[in-house]
Write a protein that binds this ligand. Structure first.
Ligand code: MN
Length: 409
């Protein structure tokens, strides 16, 4: 029996050659040298070394410590690079070159693979927005009058976007319940998650020039899982009238792996039907192909699944969000990240936050290690997901993981 190659993957591996997400890694013997890696099965291909060895015209883009030059190179180049990578990991003629450039995932360190430019977070799940509206504004309409007409969002803090595996320090801040007469200060007692999908902008746009719905794929390189950590007690007291601020800016975790949109063609789905006409710049009803994605997310706390949010139920697509955030002429930069908003489906077990799963702490959920309303110190949250791939395969999304550590004194 010849020795099994790491490229001979078991049938149905969600990280097979139909996927090929991008990341940045280093090895223990050269911890300071960050390199672009492409995940194949349980291994990481040193993409720059492969490009050099195989004489690729894209060596300068791949032999780099960050994805940014590749992101900026644009859609035609993204396709060429993906075709080359596919050949490198599938063509038996390349094996003798490629196999020595594979590193087991367990032996590498993964880094934030791009320099984040601006960060925007949206609020695109009708189920989430309805639940939050009922919890935070029980006496008013659950959805605000604008909600179905424009994708609501806010500008977040790009400098505190951290890669999966980074520990999250419990934030401290002001909170005040309606029953209290004055605010108090201390560690958040309502630390929560938001299961989301992040989108990564590659190609920039010119100031003053809106990006239309049909230009989504020219500008957005890929997507990844994102956890928008949220301190609900800080948020509830501070958010009126300007929206989220310190309740969310302490940390946002993203996966170490970016899945190119090209790997998700089989996962395209139409967003839920709308019963009125959107303004033309948001109207996708006559689009040739839909811009929703059928991503099946799983939320685990300490290894126990607590929710399975379905991304296909999102009211606004990432293409509409991009069109909306540039319609005023705001420009895009390479490395811009925008979050979808918490993904919550119609069922209780599909809610993407503890705020909704426990109805603001009223109904604790049962874990094997005890009840939870919000996160406790030491809790580790992991988001995973998969999408339908070509020919009945699955496309795995790289996980995003984070553990809560006690507040600083
Ligand atoms: Mn969010």
């Amino acid at each position: 029996m010849p020795e099994q190659s790491p490229l001979d993957l078991p049938e149905g591996d969600p990280f097979g050659p139909h996927n090929l997400p991008y990341g940045v890694f280093s090895t223990a013997d050269e911890p300071e040298r960050r390199r672009i890696g492409v995940r194949i099965g349980g291994h990481v291909l040193d993409a720059g070394a492969a490009a050099r060895s195989l004489g690729s015209p894209h060596t300068t883009l791949l032999d780099h410590s960050s994805l940014n030059p590749l992101l900026a190179a644009g859609r035609t180049t993204w396709s060429e690079v993906r075709r080359a990578l596919t050949a490198w990991v599938t063509d038996p003629g390349h094996r003798s070159v490629v196999e020595p450039l594979l590193h087991p995932l367990s032996e590498v360190r993964l880094h934030l693979p791009y320099e984040v430019a601006d960060y925007v977070d949206f609020y695109a799940s009708e189920h989430h927005a309805t639940n939050v509206g009922q919890i935070f504004r029980p006496d008013g309409a659950a959805l605000t009058p604008n909600w179905k007409h424009l994708p609501i969002g806010y500008h977040g803090r790009s400098g505190t976007i951290v890669v999966s595996g980074t520990e999250v320090v419990r934030p401290s801040g002001q909170r005040k319940t309606p029953a209290e007469t004055a605010p108090v200060f201390g560690p958040s007692v309502k630390l929560d998650i938001e299961a989301e999908v992040g989108f990564l902008v590659g190609t920039p746009s010119a100031l003053g020039q809106p990006v239309g719905l049909n230009e989504f794929r020219d500008h957005v390189f890929g997507l990844f899982l994102l956890n928008d950590w949220s301190a609900r007690d800080i948020q509830a007291w501070e958010y009126v009238p300007l929206g989220p601020f310190l309740g969310k800016s302490f940390a946002t975790s993203v996966s170490a792996w970016v899945t190119p949109l090209e790997a998700l063609e089989a996962a395209r789905v139409a967003p839920p039907a709308r019963d009125f006409d959107l303004l033309p710049y948001l109207d996708d009803s006559t689009a040739a192909q839909p811009d929703g994605f059928d991503l099946r997310i799983s939320v685990e706390i300490n290894g126990q699944e607590v929710s399975t949010p379905p991304f296909a139920t999102m009211y606004w697509t990432a293409a509409q969000q991009l069109a909306h955030m540039t319609v005023n002429g705001a420009s895009l930069r390479t490395g811009d990240v925008y979050g979808s908003g918490t993904v919550s489906g119609p069922e209780v077990g599909q809610r993407g936050s503890l705020l909704e799963l426990t109805w603001n702490g009223q109904d604790a959920i049962e874990l094997t290690d005890g009840k939870r309303t919000f996160l406790e110190d030491g809790d580790e949250v992991t988001l995973t997901a998969w999408a339908p791939g070509p020919d009945g395969t699955r496309v795995g999304l790289g996980e995003v993981r984070g553990k809560i550590t006690p507040a600083n004194a």
